[in-house]
Design a protein around this ligand. Structure first.
Ligand code: TXD
Length: 319
């Protein structure tokens, strides 16, 4: 069977890391696309030359013409601009919405059967716009944010409790970052809910809230430290986990920005919810009962996303 083809639309900091991780995991051949001439070609060549050292077989190439993504099985979109210190994700909307229109046209023309994972910020609005611009089936267009937010939460919890990251699970809902809704009663260490761990004296309620807030601020913390860009290792690892679940039909249950068709009382919008990712793309959205405080937080997150969608329609009325 021929290798899968993975197209990376945007070959910057996350794009390059995506290419490296996909190659190390031998997920398939990789085409790196960008408008910057030389960047995709140079990074593809460099990573391919690490193949003999790492022992992976994957063909990598770089391109500035969308024709190169012809027939891709997966497209991972990072094209656009990242934040600088002091900028919110929402500040990127005007520029990145125009980029999504170009990317949507390119994918529609050359890779209409792909599973599309959008990473570009402000994520929940960009993935919604990308699906509309591309016209691809809604189950085949998804946003990566929840896997990253839950990974940040899990990393902080594992550090706090001095346990393996492998035994920490996190359940997050809602928009990316600031309005993220972590469900502490469904987040666990080895199946023990965080709320029980507080009762068991593992940490105080206040300390747990501090960890939740640090997770919400996780992106800004790194932007503040790096100064010239935003996080890229964990975002890339998160998107690769989603791509792998699709390519291998693993049916992973992962928090993703998915199109809602009535779940959680919402329609025709994308927001972070637990999803099953398999060979058909987003195969299921898992709808849980929310407690009143969780519902209030989720609704706040949804209204923030709706505000971004309205801002998009003002710029691009055809949305
Ligand atoms: O969890 C998440 N979803 C977020 C997303 C986590 C971290 C970063 N997040 C966002 O991803 C970030 O706010 C940006 O919007 C994207 C990409 O971040 P990255 O750090 O990779 O940005 P770079 O290094 O600037 O790379 C962007 C590339 C760069 O090479 C540009 O030349 C290219 O995008 N670019 C384009 N490619 C194709 N077409 C167009 N129009 C275009 N414009 C820029």
């Amino acid at each position: 069977m021929a290798r899968s083809k993975i197209a990376l639309i945007g070959s910057g900091m996350i794009g390059g890391t995506l290419a490296h991780l996909a190659s190390l995991k031998e997920l398939g051949d990789v085409v790196m696309f960008d408008i910057a001439e030389g960047t995709p070609q140079g990074k593809a060549l460099d990573i391919s030359q690490s193949g003999p050292v790492e022992g992976f077989d994957a063909h990598l190439s770089g391109a500035n013409d969308y024709a190169a993504i012809e027939g891709a099985d997966v497209c991972i979109v990072t094209a656009g601009v990242p934040r600088k210190p002091g900028m919110s994700r929402d500040d990127l909307l005007g520029i990145n919405l125009k980029v999504m229109e170009q990317v949507g046209a390119g994918i529609a023309k050359y890779a209409p059967n792909a599973f599309v994972i959008c990473i570009t910020n402000p994520l929940d609005a960009m993935v919604w716009a990308l699906q509309k611009f591309s016209g691809l089936p809604k189950a085949k267009v998804v946003g990566m944010a929840g896997v990253l937010d839950s990974a940040r939460f899990r990393a902080f919890l594992a550090e706090e409790f001095k346990v393996s990251v492998e035994d920490v699970t996190a359940f997050v809902l809602g928009g990316h970052g600031d309005t993220m809704v972590p469900l502490t009663r469904y987040s666990t260490v080895a199946g023990i809910p965080l709320t029980d761990l507080v009762k068991m004296g593992w940490c105080s309620k206040e300390r747990l809230e501090e960890i939740v807030q640090r997770t919400r601020d996780g992106g800004a913390e790194i932007v503040g430290l790096l100064k010239t860009g935003s996080a890229y290792y964990a975002p890339a690892a998160s998107a690769i986990q989603m791509a792998e679940s699709y390519l291998k039909d693993k049916k992973r249950v992962l928090p993703c920005a998915a199109n809602l068709k009535g779940e959680y009382g919402l329609k025709d919008m994308y927001v972070g919810v637990p999803c099953v990712i398999g060979a058909d793309g987003i195969e299921r959205v898992i709808e849980i009962d929310l407690a009143s405080d969780e519902k209030a937080q989720f609704e706040k997150s949804v209204s923030a996303v709706k505000g971004l969608m309205e801002a998009c329609v003002e710029i691009a009325p055809k949305l």
